[in-house]
Design a protein around this ligand. Structure first.
Ligand code: 5RP
Length: 220
């Protein structure tokens, strides 16, 4: 199976966790695109979706799935999203697609976070994938200096502006042994909107596709 076929297998396995008659939280990325395409097959059985990016909103709308504003929603039973890295405690690095802030907001409202990915995303220690940090443009240099002080090597993501009009610094060279501490520390830097560590609110369930089956793993 190709990596994309594995992503699709994980994504389709998540459909069974979608509760009929509810609003579904939808993440961003190539794995989630397969989930959205699968969700189209049950669009008459859900109220709609809250989306974490303009790209996912467009794909949902293209399938005729109502996209609902988060401010109009009181609860989201299930949020489905991919990850760039995930560890055994189901802490993640996310934001490879630059949608980390909206992803973190929708995940905060959701009762259950289901992560979908292929096995290449599983790691013992987070940090090989550069950690994305969304930054207010005028704070870029200050935040970069502070991230360097924390031991990372921040690199501005060239030519990229988030859906919120901000910049991304991708932080290389981190070996993240305390994800909750680092998530908190980075978020204290003035000018940081949020960072791509999802440790304070990690996944509740991981659906990870292998060539012969989709494994279901809860946090260790
Ligand atoms: C986007 C994300 C994605 O979930 C992450 O980058 C994984 O993407 P893909 O499913 O394309 O491998 O966090 O901001």
């Amino acid at each position: 199976m190709t990596q994309d076929e594995l992503k699709k297998a994980a994504a389709l396995a998540a459909l069974e966790y979608v509760e009929e008659g509810t609003i579904v939280g939808v993440g961003t990325g190539s794995t989630v695109n397969h989930f959205i395409d699968g969700l189209a097959g049950m669009r008459d059985r859900i109220v709609g979706a809250v989306s974490s990016s303009e790209a996912s909103s467009r794909r949902l709308a293209g399938h005729g799935i109502p996209v609902i504003e988060l401010n109009d929603v009181e609860s989201i039973p299930v949020y489905v999203d991919g990850a760039d890295e995930i560890d055994a405690a189901l802490c993640m690095i996310k934001g490879g697609g630059g949608a980390l802030t909206r992803e973190k907001i929708v995940a905060a409202v959701a009762s259950r976070f289901i992560c979908i990915c292929d096995a290449s995303k599983q790691v013992d220690v987070l940090g090989t994938f550069p950690l994305p940090v969304e930054v207010i443009p005028m704070a870029r240099a200050h935040v970069a200096r502070e991230l360097t002080r924390l031991g990372g090597r921040p690199v501005p993501r060239a030519g990229f502006v988030t859906d919120n009009g901000n910049l991304i610094l991708d932080v290389h060279g981190l070996r993240i042994t305390s994800p909750t501490n680092l998530e908190t520390a980075i978020n204290q830097i003035a000018g940081v909107v949020t960072n791509g560590l999802f440790a304070l609110r990690g996944a509740d369930l991981l659906l990870v596709a292998q060539p012969d089956r989709v494994l279901r793993l809860s946090a260790a």
